[in-house]
Ligand binder design. Sequence first.
Ligand code: BGC
Ligand code: MG
Length: 551
Amino acid sequence: MNVHNNLERSKATKLSSDWWHGGVIYQIYPRSFQDSNGDGIGDLKGISARLDYIASLGVDAIWISPFFKSPMKDFGYDVSDYRDVDPMFGSLEDFKELLDQAHAKGLKIMIDLVLSHTSDQHPWFSESRSSRENPKSDWYVWADPKSDGTPPNNWLSIFGGSAWQWDARRLQYYLHNFLTSQPDLNFHCPDVQDALLDVARFWLDLGVDGFRLDTINFYFHDKELRDNPALPMDQRNASIAPAVNPYNHQDHLFSKSQPENIPFLERLRALTDEYEGRACLGEVGDAQRGLEIMGEYTSGDKRMHMCYAFEFLEKRALTASYTKHVFDQLQTKAGDAWPCWAFSNHDVQRHASRWNLDDAATRQHAVLMMCLRGSACLYQGEELGLREAEVPFEKLQDPYGIEFWPEFKGRDGCRTPMVWAVQDEQSGFSTAEPWLPVSAQQAEHAVDRAEADPQSMLNHYRRAIALRHAHPALSSGRLSEMNEMGPVLTFLREDSSEEIFCAFNLGSDTTEVTVPDGSWQTIGQELGGIEGGHTITLTASQFCLMIRKKG
Ligand code: BGC
Ligand code: MG
């Protein structure tokens, strides 16, 4: 794929194998989507039961957060068997059924591969920690203490404290970027790479359409274990970790994002390319170099298809100037990178709360997401306009939140159960008490109520997704002329058949913008977009979309 193709492929000429390119992906956090067996925890059969709903949104694909065997210390992001389903979520048979049913409805399924680390209960780790001589002794990152007994270097865990945990049997430390129960695999060891590629092959053979690759830039660490330098005060922006986390004090030059990762990503891509129409979405977490890494990992057609970016998952709102800044950076640092944007996910406060958006602003952001260049990820419940749930300390499950409470409340507030039915016990999520409480405030926005109202947020999202799919310029065209006029962000999307002018007032001051010359027609009025002209006056949260056909 050359740069031109990458930028300008249009839906008309789009191969079905290109579904990911500008596609809309719906993220499911399986514990909290739909319980089918009355244990208070969502499961795969629950997802199958809701496929009609998901298909009705008009999305292209589903990404399901991990459902593999796991002690659930990090709720599935600590895998103890990569090739099986945790009994809590069902069985491998249930997954195959889900895959078949989804495919029958035209939905792709991406699974979440957590390759950077395993659970400490994984048999690989049990073997590795058993001695310094066993065949898997170097499958994890083991290092001797300094002479004073302290850890080998200053690397920090995202979940708090040193990234090193002492092991009394080997009399060595092991590396963990997250919980102590998530030991980091040693990608410098060729057998580890092979074993993980076998895991990917296992799921490709089963028929999955792609992978969301967890913490893809954490795969490799610096072999020499050099200390990370301190970050200057003014650069300690908190895009990956909350502001109260000392993880933000370091420039993670050596603990992640190592050059050796590229050849591994190329091996993974080559494997994926043996199968038709599969896609790799790598999650890149790096507060300093996120966009550069995205460019590095997605340029050309030999690495990842797209990278999942943190830029719009931040606390900082999507103002015109910030959005322009991100796209300018993307352009200069990573010209042909293909981003995948998300405003919400299972790790951050829901964006309606995080950015304090009212109803009109939430609707406007949904349209903006569908107009930005890149693929788009929606997080379950976002389509209902859900705000963050309040979870009291006694009900907290997330170890990250328990560690930093109350300054950072962790990730439970965005992981509470999906709300399906206003009147039902537990909002239709389960017949039992759920693992996290249903939010009464969220329950008011349940799916059945939203279905009954043509003007609901749910139906607005459906229309926004449909707009993107109706216009190849929006899903996969070029983006140019991004400008800020006070609070208003304007830009053009364009492919060989059409050009779309987009203007969004992301602030509160009424602002007039001038439309480029030409004969434009307004679109998106069914979404609340205002009628355009030579000039457009946009009040708070208003937007205007105009199209002109080429040739
Ligand atoms: C996932 C988190 C998880 C972490 C460790 C991530 O970025 O999205 O939920 O805790 O990786 O696997
Ligand atoms: Mg269940």
